[in-house]
Design a protein around this ligand. Structure first.
Ligand code: 13P
Ligand code: SF4
Length: 360
């Protein structure tokens, strides 16, 4: 017989109570409501990384999010803590768009093109920057090559960090976060060639490549690429005075047309801090938008995409999996543990610690 939701919630509650301080449940804002209600802490990818580092008292961290987040938690948590991903199939299609072999090939091309000698100010020709939404191997690659990790909440701070140390940046996997952030910092679009593996994709000339400031990897988020300018125009027609906020993983024309953009925490805070009843049209994942709408009934809050757009991999964390991993822990068994091998974790930690130390 299949457990009903009520039965599952009760099983989770009982197992959690039995484990007490031994376990901490972290949840990303995109998790479904049935999972979020059991989380000890809810946050964006940056906040969850910080939490994972700062919870040494727990034997196990159950990460209700996607694979790259659990890997990051394993890298930053204490040595004897187990990080558990309730469903191992919860990946991220954007993170899968950059693999270590193609990025290494790209790096070989770029270092052959730009050399490795620092300029008169001590800045190296190119620095790799990876978005948090990437494998541990790519974070390790950045750690080994003088690079750094960023999230959507600190991308500008991190790019500044990189430009203090390098003349150019290779940014992967999300072209949109890279383009939107660099554009806001005044980097011209012509100085941002798109690249994949060994090749620039735009048939760029040698002069264009010499003048490049940010080389963008050809990755994107399949959820955020669904948003378009037409939806913003429609929202403005239907709701005069609407405040449009989108995530920086949206394509550049969408970010340009919006009133504001920012990470999931930025969006949450914008809604939480609005003092007057406001209409918000939000360009991000639907579970988060629906939760905000339920939490702040004084505002009118809707998703820019009228066709529901969940992150299908985040959605794979069903409460049934959460109940299962918790009950196995009660029985003394760790299942679905995410372990990053130490030879990868070591340089990845370097790149993550550089991010945590970079100040706005
Ligand atoms: P945040 O950094 O805003 O949590 O976003 C993570 C993510 O995967 C967005 O698609
Ligand atoms: Fe990955 Fe997009 Fe899902 Fe974020 S919303 S986890 S980038 S697929």
């Amino acid at each position: 017989k299949t457990a009903t939701n009520d039965e599952l919630h009760e099983r989770i509650r009982v197992a959690k109570e039995t484990l007490g301080e031994r376990v901490v449940i972290l949840g990303h804002f995109y998790q479904r409501e049935e999972v979020v209600r059991h989380a000890d802490y809810l946050g964006d990818s940056y906040q969850l990384a910080v939490q994972a580092k700062n919870r040494p008292e727990a034997e196990a961290i159950i990460f209700c999010g996607v694979h790259f987040m659990a890997e990051t938690a394993d890298i930053l948590s204490s040595a004897n803590q187990a990080v558990i991903l309730p469903n191992l199939a919860a990946g991220c299609s954007m993170a899968d768009m950059a693999d270590i072999d193609s990025v290494t090939q790209c790096w070989e091309e770029l270092t052959a093109l730009y050399g490795t000698e620092p300029d008169a100010d001590g800045r190296v020709p190119i620095i790799p920057v990876t978005y948090m939404n990437s494998s541990a191997a790519l974070k390790g690659f950045c750690g080994e090559n003088g690079g750094i990790v960023c999230t959507s909440s600190n991308a500008e701070t991190v790019l500044k960090w990189a430009f203090e140390r390098g003349q150019r940046v290779l940014f992967f996997p999300d072209q949109h976060l890279g383009r939107n952030t660099a554009k806001a910092m005044g980097v011209p679009l012509e100085a941002m060639p798109l690249w994949h593996g060994r090749k620039p994709l735009g048939g760029n000339t040698a002069v264009e490549l010499a003048e490049a400031r940010v080389i963008l990897w050809n990755g994107f988020c399949s959820v955020h690429k669904r948003f378009n300018v037409g939806q913003i125009e429609q929202a403005r027609r239907d709701h005069p005075g609407v405040r449009v906020i989108v995530h920086p993983e949206c394509p550049m024309p969408v970010v340009d047309a919006a009133d504001e953009y920012g990470s999931t925490e930025y969006i949450r805070k914008a809604v939480a801090e609005a003092t007057e009843p406001t209409t918000f049209a939000i360009g991000t994942e639907i579970n988060m938008v629906q939760r905000l709408a339920a939490q702040y009934p004084q505002h009118t809050i809707f998703c820019l995409d009228p066709v529901v757009c969940p992150c299908s991999t985040m959605y794979r964390i069903h409460p049934g999996y959460l109940a299962w991993v918790l009950e196995r822990l009660v029985a003394g068994e760790v299942v679905n543990q995410i372990v990053v091998p130490e030879d990868v974790a070591l340089p990845a930690r370097v790149a993550l610690e550089r991010m945590l130390a970079a100040k706005p």
